[in-house]
Write a protein of this length. Sequence first.
Length: 199
Amino acid sequence: MNIVCLDMEGVLVPEIWIAFAKESGIPELKRTTRDEPDYDKLMRWRLGILKEHGLGLPQIQEVISRIEPLPGAREFLDALREKTQVIILSDTFEEFAMPLMRKLGWPSLFCNSLEVAPDGEITGFKMRIENSKLTTVKGLQSIGFDTIAAGDSYNDLGMIKASKAGFLFKSTEQIKNDNPDLPAFEEFDELLEAITGAL
């Protein structure tokens, strides 16, 4: 039995932090896991910048409500879910992702959660499990699933390489050059064809 595991940001929707950086006029917030492989370090740094600027969850949710999925993402997901089970594995947070999940037709999402003060300040974050994408893929395999995975960032490489088939999608030149053995695609129809072939 197959199950497809997809990254969310950069694959199905734009990078939330980059969109927020543009809207808030804080260019430092453009750093993502494409730039900083240590997610814990990246998040602590982001929360420090938010605090410095007096920004909290309401301001971020306001920006997220205006973000649209990447062109073709909803159609890709719908077509894929006609063929097999799909889970989105993301290092994002429930509080960020819900408006985007609505626009994608409510796919299954495994992600993390934020700790938020009554005034809306993000005071911390709770990771669902350490190294969540790889750990989840191994967990699915342990209960009898063959996994197929696709993502764009450093933190996706573990799940991609541990799966029976894995693909880079809309990734950076650096990541593609560092992983020449991984098929890399830029268009949803190419990725759908590759996943279908792996099924």
